[in-house]
Design a protein around this ligand. Sequence first.
Ligand SMILES: Nc1nc2c(c(=O)[nH]1)N[C@H]1C(S)=C(S)[C@@H](COP(=O)(O)OP(=O)(O)OC[C@H]3O[C@@H](n4cnc5c(N)ncnc54)[C@H](O)[C@@H]3O)O[C@H]1N2
Ligand code: MOO
Ligand SMILES: [Mg+2]
Length: 408
Amino acid sequence: MTAVAEAGQARPLMPVEQALAQLLALAEAAPIRETENLPLAEAEGRVLATDLVASLDLPPWPNSAMDGYALRSADWQGQPLPVSQRIFAGHAPRPLQPGTCARIFTGAPVPEGADCVEMQENTEVLEDGRVRFLETLQTGQNIRPQGQETRKGEQVMSAGTRLGPIELGLAATLGHGRLDVVRKVRVAVLSTGDELVEPGLPLGPGQIYNSNRRLLVSWLQRLGCDVVDAGILPDDLARTRACLGSLGDVDLILSTGGVSVGEADYLGAALREAGELALWKLAIKPGKPLTFGHFQGVPVIGLPGNPASTLVTFGLLTRPYLLRRQGVADVTPLRFDMPAGFDWHKPGTRREYLRARIEQGRVCIYKNQSSGVLRSAAWAEGLVEVREGSTPKPGDSVPFIPFSELLG
Ligand SMILES: Nc1nc2c(c(=O)[nH]1)N[C@H]1C(S)=C(S)[C@@H](COP(=O)(O)OP(=O)(O)OC[C@H]3O[C@@H](n4cnc5c(N)ncnc54)[C@H](O)[C@@H]3O)O[C@H]1N2
Ligand code: MOO
Ligand SMILES: [Mg+2]
């Protein structure tokens, strides 16, 4: 083997889709099977473990969509009707007395015998209390029929649904106080690099602050993971080996740095030595040296150390992997085709993800796209994808992925 090939330069780069497909297949081969039954208040951000089936009709009974009057449309021939009862939400009505109407309020049960509700704006109350209806009435108007939204026994959410505010609200409408969810994914976060110092401490010569740790720990927490923060690991093969073997019962070791071809890049070396390196070198920019392997059976994702590379490879490859481990089917972020507001001269051999934002309806890119510049991402609202070999010009349609699609 030549020195060049040893350094990994001869190896063709793997397309992003292929790498993602492999990662998702690896995630499916190692699903998190344990579940827990949680109250709704604790289920936010978690993944539903079993299909949710409606145990009642929704609405459970016909109810009024308006404040007004309930009546039987056939009883009305143009004459005013007396009011025989008042029905408030939360109270059971009596059957409607024929030839009368019932005062009714939004959400109150429609009494047996009534088949329409007229909103009060279309009525006139006479001095003797009777109600005159000013417009023609239609059977069923302003009534929300029983089971209109959901029928008892219908599946309303499938296993693998991520529970956000809307899904939790839906479970609540069906009366579920608790849900079966997949247990949290346990992720150990490791920052490799002799140069790293935690924010708040003084910087020595050649040192920089560890930003990847904060970025990843916060992001993982948002994704509903249990984080084991393993701190900083110095650039040393023996310590890398020892550390990887000491992280205990975790579902994933997620590290940053030490995956390229430098003489102090030991993460890849440790995985290679353990004979379990599955994925390395992708056609993605930033993020080429992303590494996937196993160490003593524990999956390891080694993100490249440059902060923007960490961000892109976590968002586009690690996040879907983590969600799929929990059984989430749809892990693809939405991409919006937008007109480019930039001119890209240089056709790349890697798919580029530029930090970008929308200005006057066009995708604009940050002036410095170096993978070391995290400020580019703070300025940006998302990533614009520039495919291998393409050179978008202003006005060309380009796919834009908002950060909101990746962060939660
Ligand atoms: N000869 C080659 N050199 C490099 C190649 C290559 O193909 N051939 N690839 C480059 C690319 S692309 C990337 S990306 C980086 C990835 O390097 P590593 O993952 O090995 O990461 P390090 O070398 O440890 O660090 C890279 C860079 O990031 C800074 N860093 C690391 N960790 C942190 C952290 N926790 N917080 C903030 N900043 C961090 C580190 O100081 C370096 O500046 O390799 C290229 N080289
Ligand atoms: O892929 Mo590296 O992430 O370009 O800097
Ligand atoms: Mg390196």
